[in-house]
Design a protein around this ligand. Structure first.
Ligand code: PHB
Length: 390
């Protein structure tokens, strides 16, 4: 079966679906495919923080206003170290807040909006391959039928294990990355909130993050070794570890409950350049990943497709193919700021294996510099909210 479209998009995560949505607003048609089923994507627990610009993009372009109804605006975060909390007030420092609204909900909103608007999204496909020179996607659909989608432009929004990225010849591409000697142990617990805002905790036993989901379920993480097997940890041991990492003279404790989900998340910093090769454009995790400490991953994906939809419109509607050359440089300017921010938050807050007493005291000095000065706090607030000066 053959389908003809203007833009063929591999990957129906937030980047691929948002791009398809933005293009459709300008009368450009696209086909989106994903090898995961819709249910698989919906059942994967992902991160939860949206920059204000990301929330506005969802609401203002008519994806859904659910983010503004069901999301929770957060006007700051707590950095906790030495057993004390220090609030970074985003609203006071940069005039913006962020939204706690899980990526899973972003996905559901986008998938619903695409089906509401008659978008062509095919989940649960297999054996996907792409042709960049004569742009096309070939795959077997969920009914077992071989399909070919011919298009003018191909977009690889197919995540950190992208197959599209491999189409860029080795001689022309650069992969920049950094590995970290730790991972995150992530849980969902059935318990009330322990704090109104996110708590990023530095402790001698390592980093912990206290996040939220709903009135009844909360998300928390703690730094662990990359080889940790989540299955062997009892609930009691998990709570003991989390409580120890946030404990302090102020008596702050976490509200405990049954642990309904547990996973070890490994991560790295990664950037693939260029983001365009001929008819192929990469977006989101296919082009770059960040450690989750800065809550930037989903936001960067949405920032990519905002630029991408604009240049694709100029290329296809105004016959200005040179516009495509702008995509990589414009997207990468933001990507590298976010890379720095995510790396900085990660190295400032985690216990580094083999750290000396000097290293730990320097880290605490860094945290005091950030929380104790308006300039330091504003630097963090700009990065976290994504409100970087132009
Ligand atoms: C989350 O709620 O899952 C979350 C929040 C902030 C982060 C990472 C994850 O930095």
């Amino acid at each position: 079966m053959m389908t003809r479209t203007q833009v063929g998009i591999v990957g129906a995560g937030p980047a691929g679906l948002m791009l398809s949505h933005l293009l459709s607003l300008n009368g450009i048609d696209s086909v989106v495919i994903d090898n995961r089923t819709r249910l698989e994507i919906e059942n994967t627990v992902r991160a939860g923080i949206l920059e204000a610009d990301s929330a506005r993009l969802l609401a203002d372009t008519g994806v859904s206003d659910r983010v503004l109804r069901d999301g929770h605006p957060h006007e700051g975060i707590d950095l906790r170290f030495g057993g004390e909390s220090h609030r970074i007030d985003f609203r006071a420092l940069v005039g913006e807040s962020v939204w706690l609204y899980p990526q899973t909900d972003v996905f559901v909103d986008l998938a619903n909006a695409r089906s509401r608007d008659g978008g062509d999204v095919r989940f649960g496909v297999r054996d996907t391959c792409v042709d960049v020179d004569a742009p096309a996607i070939r795959f077997v659909d969920s009914d077992g039928v071989a399909q070919e989608v011919r298009c003018d432009l191909l977009v690889g929004a197919d995540g950190s294990r992208s197959i599209c990225r491999d189409q860029v010849p080795e001689a022309l591409r650069t992969f920049s990355f950094r590995e970290y000697p730790f991972a995150w142990f992530g849980i969902i617990t059935q318990a009330p909130r322990s704090a109104e805002e996110l708590v990023y905790a530095h402790s001698p036993r390592g980093f912990a993050l206290i996040s939220q989901r709903t009135e009844t379920h909360q998300r928390m993480y703690f730094q662990c070794g990359p080889e940790t097997d989540a299955a062997v940890w009892s609930d009691d041991r998990i709570w003991e570890e989390l409580q120890a990492r946030v404990a302090g003279p102020d008596g702050f404790t976490l509200k405990e409950g049954p642990i309904t989900e547990r996973t070890v998340l490994r991560f790295r910093s990664f950037v693939a350049e260029p983001m365009r090769y001929g008819n192929l454009l990469l977006a989101g995790d296919a082009a770059h990943t960040v450690p989750p400490t800065g809550a930037k991953g989903l936001n960067l994906a949405l920032a990519d497709v905002r630029v991408l939809s604009e240049v694709v419109e100029r290329a296809l509607l105004k016959n200005d193919r040179d516009a495509l050359d702008e995509y990589g440089p414009r997207a990468l300017a933001r990507v590298w700021k976010a890379q720095h921010f995510s790396y900085w938050m990660t190295t400032m807050l985690h216990a580094l294996p083999g750290a000396t007493d000097f290293d730990v005291r320097r880290q605490l000095g860094e945290l005091r510099s950030v929380t104790g000065s308006e300039a330091g706090s504003r630097f963090l607030a700009e990065g976290y909210t994504g409100c970087w000066p132009a």
